[in-house]
Design a protein around this ligand. Structure first.
Ligand code: AMP
Ligand code: MG
Length: 413
């Protein structure tokens, strides 16, 4: 029996069944930390930069010594040597003095600004300054970037390359991140053969084992593919029982419909613990999806149809994997482009439709500046819709269709 939920309801049931649980944390080298999620706040142990620095090549001065300087009547200062990179200044600066400095060099005490080299001339042991500088011009103060003890990155933050650079700046070569959730992947179906084989009549190569593996990787988790299993309750039960204590989530593809050979739901209902939370979501593709837990272990039964399996992954598995890693389950916004539909599109109400489209540039003025979105026609379950499509838009449940020229938000693959 399919007790069909809306996409929202199904997502909520998945997330609430886990109650915000996360996988444990581990300390890793920052070279390996790209794409990982912080398991604690990061504080700056000191000021960044640790000392006042020049942001231009020129001369460290006291700005008050340059007030009123012009091309005709330059300010004349005594040149007191050079500040070398990586070393403290050779001394402090007294009134009426200047020291040459490079970008990133440390300003001496008594200076509060840098005049650019372009605005000066060296005349023997004197410096002629042709333009005034304001206090703090062409320099930054200690702590201008980050203050000592400031929280610079928060728990739950996904580390990007710039964040790795910051950790290096702070001297933090190890960082505490959430572990990668371990995800076991099982393909079921009597008709399946491994991709190295030539399928016989009626047989097909396993696609889902590989596509789901890649989707798990794309979402920061660690896939473990266990291979092919027949449509037999005992075979599925055995592999599930072995997997229950070795993973953070289990994905089974195939056998999620209500046919005689579709054993997945019966097997999941027979596992110890809570059992099946839902079977069926009002969406296309991806309707026959099952979600169960066994003593808190999340298990998804995804349709064998590869397109359905991929969408079920995006909508239900991905939020769970994000949440297990300490991320918010959903992105604040889905990166995509605004486009205009270039044909009428009808969709039965009562379900969400995930329509794959090809994007192209407007050929004439009809569509203005926005790209055109052309639905990839043909049977929705064909893999080519995912291959030719640049992305998809969603027709909400309460809408029966869209007319040509309607604006659509295309989420890119
Ligand atoms: P099922 O969910 O078992 O009813 O399968 C739905 C469709 O997907 C059937 O046409 C299956 O042959 C096909 N299918 C099932 N599992 C896979 C798989 N791992 N790779 C490619 N196609 C599959
Ligand atoms: Mg099957």
């Amino acid at each position: 029996m399919l007790t069909v939920l809306t996409v929202d309801e199904a997502q909520n049931r998945v997330l609430s069944s886990m109650g915000g649980k996360t996988v444990g944390a581990e300390e890793i080298d920052i070279f390996a930390a790209l794409g990982r999620v912080l398991a604690g706040d990061i504080f700056s142990p000191g000021h960044i930069p640790p000392f006042p620095r020049a942001t231009m090549d020129g001369f460290a001065v006291s700005s008050s010594d340059t007030f009123g300087a012009t091309e005709d009547i330059p300010a004349l200062l005594m040149l007191k040597g050079e500040i070398l990179m990586g070393l403290p200044p050779p001394g402090g600066l007294a009134m009426g003095e200047a020291m040459s400095i490079s970008t990133g060099g440390m300003l001496p005490s008594g200076s509060d600004s840098v005049v650019m080299v372009e605005h000066c001339d060296i005349l023997g042991d004197q410096l002629a300054v042709y333009r005034p500088v304001a206090p703090l011009e062409n320099m930054i103060l200690a702590g201008d970037d980050f203050q000592k003890n400031e929280i610079v990155l928060r728990k739950g933050h996904l580390l990007r390359s710039q964040d790795i650079g910051l950790l290096a700046a702070l001297g933090l070569l190890q960082v505490k991140v959430y572990k990668r959730p371990r995800v076991i992947i099982i393909s079921t179906g009597d008709e399946l053969v491994t991709p190295d084989k030539n399928p016989g009549p009626g047989q097909i190569r396993d696609i889902n084992g590989y596509a789901l593996y890649a989707q798990v990787l794309e979402n920061g988790a660690e896939p473990h593919y266990l291979g092919l299993f027949p449509d037999r309750k005992d075979a599925l039960l055995e592999v599930l029982q072995d997997s229950l204590h070795q993973a953070d989530a289990i994905l089974i593809s195939g056998g999620t419909s209500v046919g005689r050979r579709d054993v997945t739901v019966r097997v999941l209902d027979g596992l110890p613990g809570e059992g099946v939370h839902f079977h069926g979501v009002s969406m296309k593709p991806g309707k026959p999806v099952i979600y169960a837990t066994s003593n808190g272990m999340p298990i998804f039964g995804l349709s064998g149809n590869p397109v359905s399996a991929m969408f079920s992954f995006l909508l239900f598995v991905r939020p769970l994997l994000r949440s297990l890693q300490g991320l918010s389950p959903f992105l604040p916004h889905q990166p995509g482009v605004e486009a205009l539909l270039d044909t009428n599109f009808s969709s039965p109400s009562g379900r969400e439709d995930y329509v794959r489209v090809v994007l192209s540039r407007a050929k004439d003025g009809t569509y203005g500046e926005k790209p055109r979105a052309t639905p990839v026609f043909g049977v929705s379950s064909l893999l080519q819709t995912m291959i030719k499509g640049d992305g998809y838009f969603v027709v909400p449940r309460d809408i029966e269709g869209l007319v040509e020229g309607s604006p659509v938000h295309v989420i890119l693959f």
